[in-house]
Design a protein around this ligand. Structure first.
Ligand SMILES: [Fe+2]
Length: 227
């Protein structure tokens, strides 16, 4: 279990005797809310970004809350085992909610930018599809998957390939050990101030129109370099 990786802080309560020694486990280090420098976007309002960032802050807050609560309940593991288990189950939702949004907002920082000349990412895409545009059309189809979640593109170091995936909510469908390259938030909160749900395609087009592809290139190069 994850708590085994935590830092154990044993506090002796001498008046209770050694058999009742309380054990305090620090579940993990605190997560820090990141700040993003996102300018004015085309087709995605500042209001929507502002509200969306508040939701992101909630995932950071709740990731920390779960960590703190597990630490607290671990002082009597047998009594609190069920509660700890359920908190642990929800951790994947909060943690991935936090991390997915960090990639998402990070890819909108710096304004719309094209892929660099001789882009390694583009070359990798063109090895597997007739054209970059054809691949992008396919990826946009993935964003139309029914339900709330994320359309993501990963890089798998083991097989040296790009792998697209749909992630339900924030965590169900995440691919183990792969590097995140692109992700688009397809929860309705990502576009609710700008488009009705029947027009979410417009939000997808707006996302790609504002995407900083230099960030995507960087994600890809970092993924490849750590093989
Ligand atoms: Fe979101």
């Amino acid at each position: 279990m994850l708590f085994l990786n935590g830092l154990a802080e044993r506090t002796r309560e001498e008046d209770r005797g050694p058999e009742k020694t309380a054990q305090r486990i620090k579940f993990m280090e605190k997560f820090i809310e990141k700040k993003f420098n996102i300018g004015e976007l085309k087709g995605i309002s500042s209001k929507n970004i502002e509200e969306h960032l508040k939701l992101y802050a909630g995932y950071v807050k709740n990731s920390n809350l779960i960590s703190e609560k597990i630490s607290e309940y671990m002082s009597d593991y047998e009594k609190n085992a069920y509660v700890i288990g359920e908190l642990q189950r929800r951790f994947g939702f909060e943690f991935n909610g936090m991390r997915n949004h960090e990639y998402f907002f990070g890819s909108l920082e710096g304004g719309a930018k094209s892929l660099p000349v001789n882009s390694q990412f583009k070359m990798a895409i063109e090895k597997i599809t007739p054209s970059f545009e054809a691949w992008l059309t396919g990826f946009k189809t993935l964003t139309m998957t029914r339900g709330v979640g994320w359309a993501a593109l990963y890089f798998d170091k083991q097989t040296n390939q790009l792998i697209p995936a749909w992630i339900d909510e924030h965590h169900m469908g995440q691919l183990n050990g792969l590097n995140w390259i692109i992700g688009i938030d397809m929860w309705e909160h990502a576009f609710v101030y700008d488009y009705p749900t029947s027009e979410k395609k417009k939000y997808v087009e707006a996302f790609f129109a504002n995407l900083n592809w230099e960030v995507i290139e960087k994600n890809y190069l970092e993924a490849c370099s750590t093989r």
